[in-house]
Design a protein around this ligand. Structure first.
Ligand SMILES: Cc1ncc(COP(=O)(O)O)c(C=O)c1O
Length: 374
């Protein structure tokens, strides 16, 4: 069975095997060496520039943990861009933390424009932080980061917090080039690892602001996690098997191992860029397939995610379609939240190849042909 849901994604057997290594102590030199293996590649994945004082780190929690964790100490007033289920969750978490939340709400499948963000920052500001989900997995909509970065550069006192959960390792984040202050991604999405750890990037500005503030959390305190990581320590016992897998997967991506055969010579940033380009080609393959069946995407063409396709059902019975695909060895997802039953999602992220995707789309063709009226 091939898993094509938008996380967890397929994990390569050699990466899974890393999880079966004998245990090491989490305060041991071996653990410090694991951190050393991880960091240079995480910096490439995020586009984090150490010279600018930005840091990367890993924490044993699902991504929701850091959605909450990064809010501790940012200040009282937060503008939350809400355009799907996960951005909505972030707003709810901020309210639970008793922050003063202003919402910029868009329909599922839409993205807030930079002008709208700028308008709210000016009209209702000053804000201490802005939250944005770069790739809303619930509706397959991507918010292009560059144009928002331009707006954020005009609001230097507002920290920019970005959920790159299904974005990192599938599309460029350009953390420092975009002036992002905090970004995080769970392991089970485009990084193609089992779930359980979350990776993050934090700017110097974020660390300075939050370090000086009261933070009412121990386990989810981002500063404690980042400072600990720098010292090759974790605040509590980490999920060591996933650290082994993370190190191996990041090294493999940087060495071009996960690329199509013709691109296997690429290394470092070029290998990461080639990984993003593969996902863009997979997005286009899926769009072509949808167009052949006269199926429409939920997001507009220029806002479609490179890692998750969210397609309106047309005349398809989604539950039946999913069940029939399963019989052919492929699992895809129903729509999420309000789009459940009205759309389906294909997670063309992680280590899936274009050949794998062509096979899935042929299986989709066969299921639709079988269920067409004769
Ligand atoms: C965009 C986005 N943010 C946050 C989350 C929450 O991640 P987790 O379930 O790892 O806590 C998800 C999970 O699908 C997601 O897609």
């Amino acid at each position: 069975m091939k898993v094509w849901i938008p996380g967890p994604t397929e994990v390569r057997p050699e990466v899974l095997a890393e999880c079966a290594r004998p245990m090491i102590g989490h305060r041991s030199d071996a653990m410090a060496q694991l951190h050393d293996r991880i960091d240079p590649h995480l910096r490439l994945a995020f586009g984090v520039d150490e010279a600018r004082g930005s840091q990367v780190a890993v924490h044993t929690t699902s991504a929701t943990g850091l959605m909450e964790g990064c809010l501790h100490g940012v200040g009282k007033r937060v503008l939350c861009v809400i355009n799907g289920s996960f951005s909505k969750r972030w707003g709810e978490i901020a309210e639970l933390l008793r922050l003063q939340v202003t919402r910029l709400e868009k329909a599922m499948g839409e993205a807030a424009s930079p002008a709208e963000i700028d308008e709210l920052l000016r009209k209702f500001g000053p804000f201490d932080a802005l939250t944005l989900v770069a790739n809303e997995t619930s509706s397959g909509v991507r918010t292009p980061l560059g144009p928002v970065a331009e707006v954020m550069s005009r609001h230097p006192n507002t920290l920019w917090l970005v959920d790159v959960v299904s974005h990192l390792a599938g599309m460029p984040v350009d953390f420092d080039a975009n002036g992002i202050d905090f970004a995080f991604a769970g392991s089970q999405k485009a990084l193609a690892l089992p779930p359980g750890v979350t990776v993050l990037g934090a700017s110097k500005r974020y660390l300075e602001r939050v370090r000086g503030a009261k933070r009412a959390s121990y386990y989810l305190d981002a500063v404690r996690v980042i400072d600990g990581h720098r010292e090759r320590q974790t605040p509590a016992t980490p999920c060591i098997p996933l650290y082994f897998a993370l190190a191996r997967q990041l090294e493999d991506i940087s060495a071009g191992v996960t690329l199509p055969v013709s691109e296997r010579g690429l290394r470092g940033a070029a290998a990461w860029d080639a990984r993003y380009a593969k996902h863009l080609r997979m997005q286009r393959m899926t769009e072509d397939w949808a167009a052949r069946h006269e199926l429409k995407y939920v997001p507009a063409p220029d806002l479609r995610s490179w890692t998750v396709a969210c397609i309106r059902k047309g005349s398809i019975d989604v539950s039946k379609f999913l069940a029939q695909l399963k019989q052919r060895g492929h699992t895809i997802s129903n729509g999420y939240g309000d789009l459940k039953g009205a759309s389906f999602r294909i997670g063309h992220m992680g280590d899936h190849s274009e050949e794998d995707l062509a096979q899935l789309l042929r299986a989709c063709d066969a299921v639709l042909a079988d269920s067409a009226p004769r």
